[in-house]
Design a protein around this ligand. Structure first.
Ligand code: MG
Length: 268
């Protein structure tokens, strides 16, 4: 089960494969790697995972689980609902989600399965979509729900820096079936669903998107979240786990750059 990571070790960005002995450094890219000569495995607890890919775009799917569409009061869509998240929002496993203090008062977690595209993809039929998939990773489509409702576009509500935790690795053997996706906040279960309850399966999504835009090597598709989305607050620890794939853990922090209440106000 090859699992690939980008990580920081002693201040250097590296690329490697996760093994039972630790992370084995590799040379090259995710799609064309060679073993680094003489490389020794590094213990997992000593490395800092970075986002495992650098996509040109993150294509997200809205309302791809019936119970989630219903909990937000929406109809089940008749075709996939697409929106984009900027790559500037990405953080890795263990990275901090910055709560946009002063701009949003309702930030939600959305645990999701993410697809990593392996090669340029345009107009691919569903039955050939698997040939274009490199692997899978775990994703949290963090959302400022109040801003998403207020704006016509999803750009602001979905696009804050740090609103796209992804990782810890890309697994090239994982095949989505009925594995359980679960989300916990401070250890309390919030979301739990088999991946098989997706309305539009992965092959259909890759095909559908590829008829709209060219998918590039390394692009990411976040396949939608099941029911149970709920609030995150500074101090919370949110984990998204997909059976057989991995566990993504991130802490929420207050925005250190947000103007403090009263700062610059009348009292000065
Ligand atoms: Mg989502």
């Amino acid at each position: 089960m090859p699992r690939y990571v980008y990580f920081t070790f002693l201040g250097k960005h590296r690329f490697g494969q996760v093994t039972p002995e630790g992370v084995v450094p590799l040379r090259g890219t995710l799609f064309d790697e060679t073993l680094e000569p003489g490389a020794e495995p590094m213990p997992w607890h000593l490395v800092t995972p970075d986002p495992p890919v650098r996509p040109s775009k993150i294509v997200c799917i809205g309302r791809n689980y019936r119970a989630h569409a219903e909990e937000l009061g929406h109809e089940v869509p008749s075709e996939p609902l697409l929106f984009l998240k900027p790559p500037s929002a990405l953080i890795g496993d263990g990275g901090e989600v910055v709560f946009p203090t002063g701009q949003s008062e309702l930030v939600h977690h959305e645990g999701e399965l993410a697809v990593v595209i392996g090669r340029r993809t345009r107009h691919v039929p569903p039955e050939r979509a698997r040939e274009h998939i490199f692997g899978y990773t775990v994703f949290n489509d963090v959302t400022a729900r109040d801003l998403q409702r207020k704006d016509v576009q999803f750009t602001r509500g979905k696009g804050f820096d740090t609103f796209a935790p992804m990782g810890p690795w890309v697994d090239t053997d994982f095949q989505p079936a009925d594995q359980i996706l679960s989300v916990k906040v401070n250890g309390e279960l919030r979301q739990r669903s088999p991946l098989s309850l997706m309305i539009f399966p992965v092959e259909v999504l890759v095909s559908y998107i590829s008829r709209v835009m060219t998918l590039e090597q390394g692009d990411v598709i976040a396949t939608g979240t099941p029911e149970g989305v709920g609030p995150l607050l500074p101090g919370d620890e949110v984990t998204v786990e997909i059976e057989g794939l991995g566990l993504l853990s991130n802490r929420v922090v207050a925005d250190p750059e947000a103007p403090r209440a009263g700062a610059g106000g009348a009292e000065g």
